[in-house]
Ligand binder design. Structure first.
Ligand code: HEC
Length: 196
């Protein structure tokens, strides 16, 4: 009985100390603000755990979609519409949402991402990453073709040209205000009197 009580007391003490340490750590690292940038250790640990959590069978999957200009075009439009709000058209992650997330979306052009296998990239797109802003884009009844095409486009990102980025700007989702502005510009160019 005594041993049990002592063990319980120790356990409570440990939990209390861990909670206190978390509060002190959180205060010193900017509270719970998502504006902070995760430390190197935090990022390395999170990436390591994520890597362990992806099944080996998924990592070794080969891309069943052959690369072609039409696949690149389709995936580019899909990426500009669904991914660029966080990852940016050029993959840098330098966007309003990207900068405000914790953890931030990594620069998809760099080795850390490009060294992931096609299977890993596909798994991340289909399933998302828990406790981060990365959503799951797959569903139980899709064949994953769109995500495999996106993997082809992610491989192209390190070589993306300014002309391609410019083209993608026209493919990004537009707010009603932006659409209205574009319509007025077009009308003005077509010779209609400018709106007041
Ligand atoms: C709402 C914001 C958001 C959107 C939209 C989004 N992502 Fe992400 N993405 C993230 C964040 C945040 C991470 C970092 C996750 C982590 O740290 O494990 C991430 C990580 C990734 C990674 C892993 C890269 C690496 O090196 O860890 C890939 C690949 C990826 N996203 C692809 C995509 C694709 C393709 C789309 C569109 C179909 C997309 N994402 C849409 C926020 C987003």
């Amino acid at each position: 009985m005594k041993v049990l009580l002592r063990t319980l007391a120790c356990l409570f003490l440990l939990v209390g100390l861990a909670a206190l340490a978390t509060v002190v750590w959180a205060r010193h690292t900017g509270g719970f603000s998502a504006r902070a940038t995760p430390s190197y250790v935090e990022t390395a640990l999170a990436r390591y755990t994520r890597r362990l959590a992806i099944p080996a069978s998924a990592k070794s999957l080969q891309n069943p979609i052959a690369d072609s200009p039409s696949v690149q075009h389709e995936a580019m439009a899909h990426y500009a519409d669904h991914c660029a709000s966080c990852h940016a058209n050029n993959g840098s992650g330098d966007t309003m949402y990207g900068k405000g997330l914790y953890p931030k979306p990594p620069d998809l052009r760099l080795a850390a991402t490009q060294n992931l296998s096609d299977g890993e990239l596909f798994f991340i797109i289909q399933n998302g990453v828990r406790l981060t802003g990365m959503p799951a884009f797959g569903s139980s009844n899709d064949d994953g073709a769109d995500s495999w095409k996106l993997v082809r486009f992610l491989r192209h990102l390190p070589q993306i040209t300014p002309t391609e980025v410019e083209r993608m700007n026209g493919m990004n989702p537009k707010s009603p205000d932006e659409l209205q502005e574009e319509k007025q510009e077009q009308e003005f160019l077509n010779g209609a009197p400018a709106a007041q």
